[in-house]
Design a protein around this ligand. Structure first.
Ligand SMILES: [Zn+2]
Length: 291
């Protein structure tokens, strides 16, 4: 699998921030200047606190599956860091420091801009793939309904909050608890090894596939120097930025739009076998949205 790194700049109307994007190919050699193949173009969005590289183990598997069948072909895949996550957070460090934290709605605007950009202008089979919080971003990405350049969505552990909203709704309470929890999370270590050792003993990191934890440490952390000149390791995505992805407003809005989205394009959802993040009752609600 060949990876190419890109940086795109959002228009001023969308905040003018820079975004780190990876593109991946395995065997397709078609080019934007020549005749495009008819293979699928996958566009991946990450969940809260992770980043574009987290899709690489999944992508390796998908390329292998595609190579073993004539049922479908993957031309290329793109994976996009939200402007406050992963490498994008470093590119935008100065601009983000005096701003309100970015939200799921901001990620939706970035995804919408990307799939409608020149990079995918001549592509017909574009499939968006979201995970956890970015499933709400993918849902909002499809708005307005005149939006065109997306053929289908795959939502992994979707977290949209469709109506009705109950008093003390557990879906909203969970988000509020996550905000409190995240702001208390340790965020500095003396070294990458110390960070990995600490993370490997904590929920949820200790139940992750080791490949995912390795990627989290390699691409999600970095070394910084404080005012006294001492180096320490911390997250690329600051906790003060991360929290806004847990607040409920954008997930409720995405919940209100879920039925309309399912009415205009094929949407395939994947739920984890272990219902830690997405409760069974929530899955039921999502399966039964009406349009
Ligand atoms: Zn191709």
């Amino acid at each position: 699998m060949h990876c190419q790194r890109h940086v795109i700049r959002l228009p001023d109307a969308l905040g003018g921030l820079q975004c780190a994007v990876n593109s991946y190919r395995q065997s397709c050699t078609c080019t934007s200047g020549g005749v495009r193949c008819d293979g699928l173009v996958l566009v991946f969005a990450h969940c809260t606190s992770t980043h574009k590289e987290h899709w690489e183990p999944t992508l390796e598997k998908l390329f292998a599956l595609a190579a073993a069948t004539d049922q479908f072909a993957i031309c290329e895949a793109w994976s996009i860091d939200c402007a406050n996550h992963g490498d994008s957070a470093l590119l935008n460090d100065a601009q983000l420091s005096d701003k309100e934290p970015l939200t799921v709605k901001d990620y939706a605007a970035l995804l919408r801009y990307f799939v409608n950009s020149e990079l995918l202008a001549d592509r017909r089979k574009v499939i968006g793939v979201g995970h956890s919080s970015s499933t709400s971003a993918c849902t909002l990405e499809t708005l307005p309904l005149s939006f065109a350049n997306l053929s289908a969505l795959i939502l992994v552990e979707p977290v949209m909050v469709p109506p009705p909203i109950l008093q003390n709704d557990p879906r909203i309470v969970t988000g509020q608890r996550n905000v409190v929890r995240v702001l208390k999370r340790r965020d500095t270590w003396d070294s990458l090894d110390a960070a990995r050792g600490w993370l490997a003993k904590q929920i949820p990191y200790k139940i992750w596939d080791p490949r995912i934890l390795d990627i989290y440490v390699e691409y999600g952390l970095h070394t910084v120097r404080d005012a006294a000149g001492k180096e320490h390791v911390t997250y690329k995505c600051k906790l003060s930025q991360e929290v806004a992805f847990y607040t409920h407003e954008d997930h409720v809005l995405a919940g209100e739009k879920t039925a309309a989205m399912c009415g205009r394009m094929p949407v395939h959802s994947i739920f984890g076998e272990r219902p830690e993040m997405v409760y069974v009752s929530v899955s039921y609600n999502l399966f039964h949205v009406r349009h």
